[in-house]
Design a protein around this ligand. Structure first.
Ligand code: ATP
Length: 304
């Protein structure tokens, strides 16, 4: 991570809807030019956070700053942001080509040639009403707008809905290649964690409105290991370590432990006939999410 001013600064952010604490006391900052994953189970608060980052919703408490400013009704900030969301609606009769033709009005760095190239890659029919596009074609349209906007902060809220495997990988590959040439800040919410894990430089995990993890992807990789073997041997090996997850089958056990293993640990595991395997991003997030504390009572959320 570099030491520039953060492009996104969130402090003590809470958002409640009646009796639901959708976000609770969330604080983090993102430096410019990174691809960050926003992960978490259904209802964790990802969309709520993205809506507040893009000035579409208001905090119950705390603050959001983009480029040091409040994004709400702030055209200077908003023209540097692209938010790709499934909830995006277009007027009746609007065709995909109209969306792309209007995009330069919203995005100062819009690249029409890049958009045309992407239309070919995703086989997007341009002269069809957006409302008549298939689920995957609508997602492709969002992805094209997000990529070709080249916005300084580009936010994708589950951009893959309905996209087939080929189209998803086209998205990932294109994002990575374009980002390498034109670094910017990309925030990507997804449930397909392992699919995007190689893309991510930073990871934010929300669970029941709380920020569970704010960590570089590099430090997260290898921050846990799965130890498998005879249950008694496994239990001896993991004694005193932080256990994230435990599975047993007959006399065998697989235990996920937090922390990096040393060369001596590996030697000890081999001597005890234990197998050590890395833990996938997805498994790690699942283990962390299932261990987390319940959400706070909403009554304690402060209203402005
Ligand atoms: N307008 C609203 N009124 C009431 N509750 C809401 C509203 N918007 C969101 N919520 C609630 O806030 C919580 C967070 O919702 P949010 O859409 O942010 O989750 P999410 O992490 O994006 O979930 P998913 O992965 O399922 O899309 C959920 O419990 C949701 O039901």
């Amino acid at each position: 991570m570099n030491s520039q001013n953060p492009v996104i600064q969130v402090d003590g952010l809470s958002r409640s809807y009646r009796d639901v604490a959708a976000l609770w006391d969330v604080t983090f900052s993102l430096q410019p030019n990174m691809i960050c994953g926003l992960l978490g189970r259904n209802g964790a608060g990802k969309t709520t956070l993205m809506r507040m980052l893009t000035g579409q919703d208001f905090p119950s408490a705390g603050s959001v700053r983009l480029f040091g400013e409040n994004p709400v009704e702030n055209s200077t900030v908003l023209q540097q942001i692209c938010f790709v969301s499934e909830a995006q609606r277009y007027p009746d009769g609007f065709q995909a080509r109209h969306v792309l033709a209007g995009a330069p009005w919203f995005f100062a760095d819009w690249d029409a040639a890049f958009a045309d190239d992407l239309v070919g890659k995703f086989r997007l029919p341009l002269k069809r009403d957006v409302k008549k596009l298939s689920r995957g074609q609508q997602s492709a349209l969002g992805v094209i707008v997000g990529l070709a906007s080249r916005a300084s902060i580009t936010i994708f809220d589950e951009p893959y809905l309905g996209l087939d495997a080929v189209a998803r990988h086209t998205f990932y590959d294109t994002l990575l290649a374009d980002y390498a040439e034109r670094p910017r800040t990309i925030l990507l919410s997804t449930h397909l964690i392992d699919e995007v894990s190689n893309l991510l430089e930073h990871v934010l995990v929300l669970d029941e409105g709380r920020l569970l993890l704010d960590q570089s992807a590099e430090s997260l990789r290898g921050s846990a290991a799965a130890v498998a073997g005879r249950a008694g041997d496994v239990d001896s090996f993991v004694e005193g370590r932080q256990i994230l997850h435990r599975d047993t089958l007959g006399g065998l056990a697989t235990v996920t432990i937090a922390g990096r293993l040393t060369a001596a640990d590996h030697r000890a595991a081999t001597a005890a006939n234990l197998e050590i395997a890395p833990v996938s991003f997805q498994q790690l997030i699942v283990d962390l999410s299932t261990r987390s504390a319940p959400a706070p009572a909403v009554a304690s959320v402060v209203h402005e």
